[in-house]
Write a protein that binds this ligand. Structure first.
Ligand SMILES: C[S@@+](CC[C@H](N)C(=O)[O-])C[C@H]1O[C@@H](n2cnc3c(N)ncnc32)[C@H](O)[C@@H]1O
Length: 271
């Protein structure tokens, strides 16, 4: 019987927290992150535009690679994550990259973000790239994103498309509903960033969120949608048969139909 069968989805926070705490130090040392994985992609820079002089906050920042990219572009950044190990790694990487003074790092659950920053509001809230699948409740999440964003500011999300999450790890069989299930348990030994890593905390709870659910939650709190893009590529080579046609971006091979593999959203908080 799989280890996941011994658990249920209500344990999502403890299981996911243990999974990430164990992976964070592995990721700091991994070739995946050291060779640029986790940094901002060109399509994200295009969507966001120049960040020089902006204040930016990143809930679920993991080991800080996105914030380090934005700090290098001249932003003042705050990265938050519920994994203390991830935040410790982020602070070390920021120093190593010479942007320590432009970055602040806080340990916080995403649902406590506004309290963690003491009610501060930011020009840009940045999130995504494997963030939403860890969260059970999009309405509570959207309320936090709204409170982090200053009036006249923006929220940017780039995410793996839920359609990609529906598909089996080994091939393109559909194994999950597109629509919310309340959380699915998986055994996930090792790591996407280091396939050889030996790990003990291997059970996760993953939540699928249709794009309509994400957008509806954000519109309901008051955001205005400015940009919505879907992409035929992914920043993570989930299947070995994907083709890397641009550096760090993988596409369906010619003999398979394209499906949306990622999407991005830019929203305004009206003044
Ligand atoms: C895939 S990473 C985020 C993407 C980032 N761009 C990256 O690839 O480095 C997901 C992060 O979400 C964090 N996380 C998951 N659930 C969380 C929660 N409830 N509150 C805060 N952080 C959470 C994990 O610790 C992990 O660092």
């Amino acid at each position: 019987m799989s280890a996941a069968a011994d658990h249920d989805a209500s344990e999502w926070r403890d299981l996911n927290h243990a999974w990430w705490d164990e992976r964070a130090p592995i990721h700091v040392e991994s070739l995946f992150y050291r060779s640029g994985g986790g940094g901002l992609e060109d399509f994200e820079r295009e969507d966001i535009g120049p960040v020089d002089g902006l204040s930016v906050v990143h809930p679920q920042c993991h080991i800080g690679t996105d914030m380090i990219s934005l700090a290098k572009g001249g932003a003042s950044t705050v990265g938050m994550d519920f994994s203390a190990a991830a935040i410790e790694g982020a602070a070390r990487l920021a120093e190593h990259n010479g942007v320590g003074e432009r970055t602040e790092w806080l340990v916080s659950d995403v649902y406590d973000s506004t309290a963690a920053v003491g009610g501060r509001e930011f020009d840009l809230v940045y999130t995504g790239m494997g963030a939403l699948c860890w969260l059970p409740d999009m309405d509570r999440w959207a309320a936090q994103m709204w409170a982090l964003c200053r009036p006249g500011g923006h929220l940017y999300i780039s995410e793996f498309h839920p359609m990609q999450d529906q598909l089996h790890d080994d091939d393109t069989r559909f194994e999950r509903s597109y629509f919310p299930t309340g959380g699915d348990l998986f055994d996930e030994p090792g790591s996407y960033a280091d396939k050889e890593a030996t790990t003990a905390e291997n059970v996760i709870v993953d939540f699928i969120h249709p794009v309509s659910e994400v957008v509806t939650a954000l519109l309901a709190v008051g955001f205005v949608l400015r940009l919505f893009r879907e992409f035929p590529f992914t920043a993570y080579a989930r299947w070995p048969w994907l083709e890397e046609r641009e550096e760090g971006l993988w596409y369906m091979p010619d003999d398979r139909p394209d499906i949306p593999l990622m999407y991005s959203l830019l929203l305004d908080r009206p003044s």
